[in-house]
Write a protein that binds this ligand. Structure first.
Ligand code: UD1
Ligand code: CA
Length: 490
């Protein structure tokens, strides 16, 4: 399938990565020592996805026919990758050139291969396509993406020949590779390359590791390719921020801020109000409908969906949940829940996995709901715990109702019918059923089923002891009358 032509800077460019670059190799092994982490660098989360998912998604969107991810021998990235992505294993982290070698069997000598550092997650499909296009047009054997950075420290610097082609890249991560003069160069290797397959495979055979880090540096193929009488050119990126590599956790935070900005921009341009983007976290895969309002201090995570016209926040955390249309979720923590249209949640509600709130239902203040189904229009307005329960349509649960779902052996279900009127402070000792249109009396501990239409009363009757106060005063004398606010009749 030919990818559609897009107008860029007034010019129409036709992209077709599959013709010019059938293969994208993503370098994702290596220890990531600067992260100081037990987790491999490429598995660190970036806006709700492991970092490696970003370059993979960019390569997929660019139309790559085949994507090979280079992983370490522990195959730690494998489980996070899409089935269409192939894995190549680099046995030991001997450097970026060695990592490409690990994928050598996938490289077609007659084709083009795009190589991309896995730790530069901001590279866009557009940029990959532009590189492929520029490589195809120039006819060079290697094209290296470069960017001019204010602060180039740690990056490989590009040494250009007098004719503007690329001579080599000098590394600056460890002292010893670059000279004082070379350290002044601000044009850096962005870690995204296009190669003629045959030229790359031949050059990889000649790479040596006699450098400051004792590693096989991928950019060292460039002077070798030149020695083979082939051309190496640079392709300067229009947006240098795409170059940002994640080497330590400061880099991760810097990249996250930019990735978040892209996500916010996408939603705002699609008609979502984000009142204060700087105070809002939205993961990459979250979907939000038009005219939804995301108020400050809100975090939308994982596979969350927010329906059109809903208000979420301020101070809402919504994880892997669906919120319907015109719903409102204020000061709430919602995880693994399904919140229907026009439902009201919070302020100060906790919805846990398996909470299903059907249309127009309500979970109010200091309410926790877990693994329970609230029918349309059902309300749990105040101070309640509802766990493992079914609640019918338009039922109202009294303030302070608790489902006693756990007998320290198993979880038991509570079934409450439609249009039930629950009294305040009702304890429902599961398994128990309250029929349609029934009532429970305030303060009841319901251990037996309540038939439809009945009133369940389960509390001791009130007894009034007449003349108590006077008798007590006679005994203790008026001077000792305690303050009524602290008196407890006994
Ligand atoms: C690399 C480039 C540098 C460039 C920079 C851009 C080299 C030698 N240097 O430096 O010129 O400016 O990227 O961000 O290539 N990896 C492996 N196996 C290994 C080593 C690394 O798969 O043995 C992977 C890493 O997971 C990482 C990528 O290759 O995703 C780059 O490696 P890294 O060590 O971060 O290279 P830099 O020092 O940043
Ligand atoms: Ca890096």
């Amino acid at each position: 399938m030919r990818r559609r032509a897009r107008a860029v800077a007034g010019r129409a460019i036709a992209y077709d990565l599959r013709v010019s670059a059938p293969l994208v190799v993503i370098l994702a092994a290596g220890q990531g020592t600067r992260m100081r982490s037990a987790t491999p660098k490429l598995l660190h989360q970036l806006c709700g996805l492991p970092m490696v998912a970003w370059p993979v998604a960019a390569a997929q969107a660019a139309g790559a026919a085949k994507i090979v991810v280079v992983d370490g021998p522990g195959r730690e990235l494998e489980s996070t990758l899409d089935g269409a992505v192939e894995l190549a294993i680099q046995q030991r982290p001997l450097g970026t050139a060695d990592a490409v070698k690990a994928a050598a069997t996938h490289i077609d000598p007659a084709g083009t291969v795009i190589v991309l550092n896995g730790d530069t997650p901001l590279i866009t499909p557009h940029t990959i396509n532009r590189l492929a296009e520029s490589h195809r047009r120039s006819g060079a054997a290697a094209t290296i993406s470069t960017a001019v950075l204010e602060n180039a420290s740690g990056y490989g610097r590009v040494i250009r020949a007098p004719d503007g082609t690329v001579e080599r890249v000098v590394e600056t991560k460890a002292p010893g590779d670059a000279s004082e003069l070379e350290l002044h160069i601000r044009e850096v290797n962005a870690g995204l390359y296009a190669f003629d397959g045959r030229a790359l495979l031949a050059a990889l055979e000649e790479i040596r590791s006699d450098n400051a880090q004792g590693e096989f540096y991928l950019p060292d193929v460039l002077p070798i390719i030149r020695r083979h009488e082939r051309t190496v050119v640079a392709h300067e990126l229009s947006d240098p921020s795409e170059t940002l590599g994640v080497n330590d956790r400061r880099g991760l935070a810097a990249v996250r801020a930019l990735a978040q900005q892209r996500i916010h921009d996408r939603h705002m341009l699609a008609g979502v109000t984000i009142t204060d983007p700087a105070a809002t976290v939205i993961d990459a895969q979250v979907r939000i409908g038009q005219d939804a309002v995301i108020a400050p201090f809100t975090s939308l995570q994982g596979a969350t969906q927010i329906g059109p016209g809903s208000t979420v926040g301020p101070h809402a955390t919504v994880i892997d949940s669906r919120i319907g249309e015109q719903a409102s979720v204020l000061h709430a923590y919602v995880q693994g829940a399904d919140v229907g249209d026009r439902v009201s949640v919070g302020p100060f509600a906790y919805l846990r996995p398996g909470a299903v709130l059907r249309e127009g239902a309500k979970a109010g203040t200091f309410v926790e709901i877990k693994n329970s189904d609230l029918g349309a229009g059902a309300k749990v307005p105040h101070l309640s715990y509802i766990g493992d329960a079914e609640i019918g349509e338009r039922t109202n649960i009294g303030a302070g109702t608790i489902t006693a779902n756990y007998d320290y052996v198993r979880k038991n279900r509570t079934t409450i019918g439609a249009r039930v009127r629950g009294g305040v402070h009702t304890s429902l000792i599961a398994p128990v059923t309250v029929g349609d249109d029934a009532y429970t009396a305030a303060g009841s501990v319901i251990t037996k089923d309540v038939p439809p239409g009945a009133l369940g009363v389960a509390r001791s009757r009130q007894e009034n002891i007449e003349g108590y106060a006077a008798r007590r005063e006679q005994r203790t004398g008026p001077a000792n009358r305690p303050s009524p606010s602290v008196d407890s009749p006994s």
